[in-house]
Design a binder for this molecule. Sequence first.
Ligand code: AP5
Length: 226
Amino acid sequence: MTPGEHAPGVRLVFLGPPGAGKGTQAQVLAGTSGAVQIATGDILRRHRRDRTPLGLEAQSFMDAGKLVPDDLIVRMMEAEIAGHDSFILDGFPRTVPQAEALDALLARLGLPLVAVVLFETDRAELMARLTGRLTNERTGRTYHVVTDPPKVAGVDDDDGGPLVTRPDDRPETVAKRLVEYDSLTAALVPYYGAHGLLVRIDAMQAVPTVTAAIEGAVRRREAHVS
Ligand code: AP5
């Protein structure tokens, strides 16, 4: 590739508060676009389950609703992104230092982002979504007890695996995660706005409507950058 050229591919960051629907949409769009979903929360929970040094170090932060320190996350994500040219980053970056590290990595790899999708939501809705969420810990697929229940209670429709309530979805921990979002992650909105990458999506709509809105916005961005 000559300077200024870059590899084709869908490269997105999904940004938004806990419960905004980032994981739900990343699973759908990874399926339709061929991009790989790289979900920091899922990767960290896998490390925790496997009792790796990273998982053990991250556990206390996650259980307290706090962000895991930047140096751990950046090292982990550099390894996860390596080798992919199409990806949806679901939950990364979440701080300005993480965003700067991502910029440096993608510049080195010649893989610029296509868009940063901001999931805009109403705060009351987030609490209802998270406290009713059911998760398949093995695959990361989620349901909701009221709005999207599985066919058989407690069992994933896809693989028959158990569905659980994440420990950090208790109301008191959700409240702490929202404080972390406001104090550390919300700064990425002006950051990516200044980079001309931000696309705002109304994430209060039904899941298929949000999917269509993201697909339309990404197509417009791709046409703009190609
Ligand atoms: P993580 O697992 O990434 O949690 P999160 O960002 O808080 O996001 P969630 O998974 O809670 O929400 P979501 O937006 O994906 O919503 P979902 O689609 O599931 O992170 C967990 C922890 O790991 C963090 O607290 C931190 O400790 C650590 N961590 C992770 N990344 C880090 C980083 N970069 N730096 C430092 N620490 C990090 O949807 C939620 C519910 O709503 C579901 O039940 C779903 O069915 C339902 N739903 C979804 N869309 C809709 C819709 N349109 N209408 C109605 N219901 C909907």
